[in-house]
Ligand binder design. Structure first.
Ligand SMILES: *[C@@H]1O[C@H](CO)[C@@H](O)[C@H](O)[C@H]1NC(C)=O
Ligand SMILES: *[C@@H]1O[C@H](CO)[C@@H](O)[C@H](O)[C@H]1NC(C)=O
Ligand SMILES: *[C@@H]1O[C@H](CO)[C@@H](O)[C@H](O)[C@H]1NC(C)=O
Ligand SMILES: *[C@@H]1O[C@H](CO)[C@@H](O)[C@H](O)[C@H]1NC(C)=O
Ligand SMILES: *[C@@H]1O[C@H](CO)[C@@H](O)[C@H](O)[C@H]1NC(C)=O
Ligand SMILES: *[C@@H]1O[C@H](CO)[C@@H](O)[C@H](O)[C@H]1NC(C)=O
Ligand SMILES: *[C@@H]1O[C@H](CO)[C@@H](O)[C@H](O)[C@H]1NC(C)=O
Length: 408
């Protein structure tokens, strides 16, 4: 019995090493091929003059790589859409899910998964989508696949040249419609389409802290910026409790019985720890992050989407495009029921209701969470509530006015 366990573990490790080596050699092999040999001619980006804005990053025609670092239920689907609809952006939605799914049943630990994640991110930013093939089941043949998860969440994978079923400026196509009508995905074609765009944007909730991508920030082949999206941790938890009730049995019991259950002892709330650790690192301005980090609060984006987007895009020298204005208009004002490109409805959790969690948690629960998250709340500018009246009075915002200068 013991012996067969050892064999299984040994085999798994061998398998992982082989896979890792393949990925490594793949990326060295393809880096030369995929690195744009000269800066892409993305004339759109040049309509805007970088000098106009004091914090604008000087991209001087170089391809930009933007990583949106977020946490589950922190509003990142909504935020990602703002980039997804930009015509000069090649946007990928949670590509690291492929790794998570492929490796979760193995003995891979956090360090291995992060290592593989970094290599995949590096390759994807350099427009080598073939790297995804190692994680897709069944394995793609001739770089063609029907099994890339959430393909339909990337507009660039649903429009020409990758898919001819929809016009480049598609408006109300859903994720499912894209997957139905576009047919198989040609990863070679997708890699080529990626090279034609001025920016590659990847959104992920699978990288807990900015220091986890230090290697990528230091990689001379990349021109990486990190946008860290945070949200009030109390709101994140309320949203997670609703979305994944099976993970929060005691909190649900508390809600039902209006009384703190005996066994509940959170001692730490991962989202608070991760935010605190990552933001503290970033705000200390280490050399490897200087000029490459921007902290964004979801509540600020939700309450004033247009202005915030203009501000963010300006610092990235991305023009605010009509498609994006249109998307914002339709998705923040409750005019439509559909949410293009995202079947999991980005709208549900957006805009006006970013502070709705206050009606879903009791004061006792909030008070309890606050004891673990106080430092994080203070650092990010979210007010502690002192009474049930304060909690339920939604005309009293808990979001303090704060600004963090981007990309310093
Ligand atoms: C870039 O594209 C624009 C419009 O397509 C064209 O007018 C311009 O000459 C191109 N510039 C270069 C350097 O290729
Ligand atoms: C951007 O950088 C390039 C090369 O480093 C430099 O020549 C140019 O003057 C810079 N532009 C601005 C607006 O700072
Ligand atoms: C998309 O918009 C067009 C015209 O605006 C409309 O005819 C069509 O029914 C819409 N499709 C969906 C799926 O809402
Ligand atoms: C995939 O796209 C590449 C690049 O456009 C093309 O050469 C190849 O023939 C395509 N593969 C298939 C099976 O269509
Ligand atoms: C909660 O658990 C931690 C460690 O697991 C322990 O140190 C602490 O005393 C516990 N708190 C309560 C209130 O039980
Ligand atoms: C709760 O009390 C603290 C400390 O007195 C104060 O800083 C905070 O603003 C209060 N919260 C609200 C929502 O007024
Ligand atoms: C709710 O907060 C607002 C703004 O601070 C305040 O004017 C109002 O009196 C509060 N309402 C209640 C019922 O406390």
């Amino acid at each position: 019995m013991q012996c067969s366990w050892k064999v299984v573990i040994l085999l798994t490790l061998v398998y992982m090493v082989i896979q890792y080596t393949i990925i490594q050699s793949f990326s060295t092999m393809t880096q030369n091929v995929c690195r744009p040999s000269h800066p892409a001619n993305h004339s759109i980006s040049h309509q805007h003059h970088p000098e106009e804005h004091p914090y604008t990053f000087n991209s001087s025609g170089k391809k930009q790589h933007i990583l949106i670092l977020a946490a589950t239920r922190s509003g990142s689907s909504f935020f990602g859409q703002l980039f997804n609809h930009h015509p000069d952006v090649f946007y990928l939605y949670e590509p690291l899910n492929q790794i998570q799914m492929a490796l979760q049943s193995t003995q891979a630990n956090r360090r291995m998964i992060l290592g593989a994640s970094r290599d995949l991110l590096r390759g994807l930013f350099l427009c080598d989508l073939h790297l995804l093939e190692a994680y897709i089941t069944p394995a793609p043949e001739n770089h063609i696949t029907d099994h890339l998860k959430r393909r339909g969440a990337s507009k660039a994978l649903c429009t020409p040249p990758v898919c001819d079923s929809f016009a480049p400026h598609l408006v109300n196509v859903t994720e499912a419609e894209c997957e139905q009508k576009c047919g198989s995905l040609n990863l070679t074609l997708a890699s080529q389409a990626c090279q034609q765009r001025g920016s590659v944007v990847i959104k992920t909730v699978r990288v807990p802290e900015v220091s986890d991508v230090k290697d990528l920030l230091e990689d001379p082949r990349l021109n990486l910026k990190v946008i860290q999206l945070v949200r009030d941790p109390r709101g994140v938890l309320a949203s997670r409790m609703l979305a994944f009730p099976e993970n929060y049995p005691l909190m649900r019991l508390w809600k039902m019985k209006h009384q703190k259950p005996e066994g509940l002892n959170l001692t730490q709330v991962p989202v608070c720890e991760d935010f605190l650790s990552s933001v503290t690192t970033a705000l200390s301005q280490p050399a490897w992050l200087r000029g490459r980090y921007m902290l964004v609060r979801y509540e600020d984006v939700a309450s004033n989407t247009l202005q915030k987007v203009q501000e963010i895009f300006e610092t990235l020298a991305l023009p605010v495009d009509e498609d994006i204005m249109d998307w914002i208009d339709k998705n923040t004002k409750g005019k439509y029921d559909w949410s293009p490109m995202d079947a999991f409805s980005t709208k549900r959790d957006s805009a006006t209701n970013s502070e709705n969690w206050r009606l879903k948690l009791s004061f006792g629960m909030v008070e309890y969470l606050q004891t673990f998250c106080k430092t994080t709340l203070n650092q990010l500018g979210y007010k502690i509530v002192n009474s049930s009246t304060e909690l339920k009075n939604v005309s009293l915002s808990l979001v303090e006015g704060r600004t963090w200068k981007p990309f310093q």
